[in-house]
Design a protein around this ligand. Structure first.
Ligand SMILES: [Cu+2]
Length: 288
């Protein structure tokens, strides 16, 4: 009964925009007649900032925006294939306005469901809003494909989103067990250490240090406008977040601030650049 009145009164579009507010309002009619607080209906994802407490990447659609692959996302293992998609806006039209975030309008991440096989790519957009990326998924299994971007709502407010679709690679799938939690991992010719422990509902520092031959690397380079990029994926549901560090190195470390959305096991993919090459260190982290 609380929902019926306003749905009839203000119509479908307003109901979609106001649904969350209306559902919680004891005086639905006066709420519906108030100036439309559209922004409150947009889920607040804060990945892309320094402080993150929310996950995305669960769904094809969020906040009225929908990821639409051009073809069913099926791949043959190890062979390159064009993956094309659009992001449709609340008006049903392809989104062509994006806010550049860390040098790119859209970041594309592929992770196999066992959290192996990470890729971070940057598709190109045609004027009609079609994004295309040549993609090679090397091994059989289900791969989550994340599109990570900031667009604008009807009021011009920024909407950061992580929309995702699962791709299938046919063949014999051999799940890889997640490596146990570790503070030190090897990444190509580098050793990377992790300091700090994420906590639930408390923003904590998380610092990465890069060593080569036992000595700290002092000349890390900016990659996509930051000294490091951290993608965090939750084990169990592949919830996704992408965090950027403090603008400057802190005592030689790449320092992030992070609030974990829940206890559990996470895989952290830390990317850094040295001598023009991007490297990646992967950590398993348990949040108590
Ligand atoms: Cu990117």
């Amino acid at each position: 009964m609380a929902l019926k009145g306003p749905f009839v009164a203000v119509g479908l579009v307003a109901a979609l925009l106001l649904g969350f507010v209306i559902a919680r309002s004891t005086d639905a009619r006066s709420e519906a007649q108030a100036p439309a607080p559209a922004a409150t209906a947009i889920p607040s994802h804060s990945h892309g900032g320094a402080v993150v407490g929310d996950l995305g990447g669960f769904s094809l659609s969020a906040g009225g925006f929908t990821l639409v692959p051009a073809q069913p996302p099926t791949f043959a293992a190890g062979s390159e294939q064009q993956f094309a998609f659009k992001i449709l806006g609340p008006d049903g039209k392809p989104v062509t306005r994006y806010v550049t975030n860390h040098d790119k309008n859209l970041h594309f991440i592929a992770v196999r469901h066992d959290l192996s096989g990470f890729q971070h790519l940057h598709p190109a957009m045609a004027p009609d809003g079609t994004w295309t990326i040549p993609l090679t998924l090397p091994t059989p299994g289900i791969w989550r494909l994340y599109t990570d971007f900031i667009t604008l709502d009807a009021t011009g407010q920024q909407v950061p989103l992580a929309l995702a679709v699962d791709a299938t690679v046919a063949g014999s799938y051999s799940p890889v067990a997640l490596p146990p939690p570790a503070r030190t991992v090897e990444a190509d010719a580098f050793t990377v250490t992790l300091e700090g422990t994420p906590q639930v509902n408390a923003t904590q520092p998380l610092s990465f240090r890069v060593f080569a031959g036992g000595a700290p690397v002092t000349d890390l380079e900016r990659y996509l406008a930051a000294y490091g990029h951290l993608v965090v994926v939750r084990d169990g549901d592949l919830g996704y977040l992408h965090v950027h560090p403090e603008d400057q190195l802190v005592g030689g470390a790449v320092k992030f601030w992070l609030s974990a959305p829940s206890p559990g096991r996470y895989r952290m993919y830390f990317e850094f650049q040295k001598a023009g090459q991007v490297h990646r260190a992967e950590f398993t982290v348990d949040v108590p």
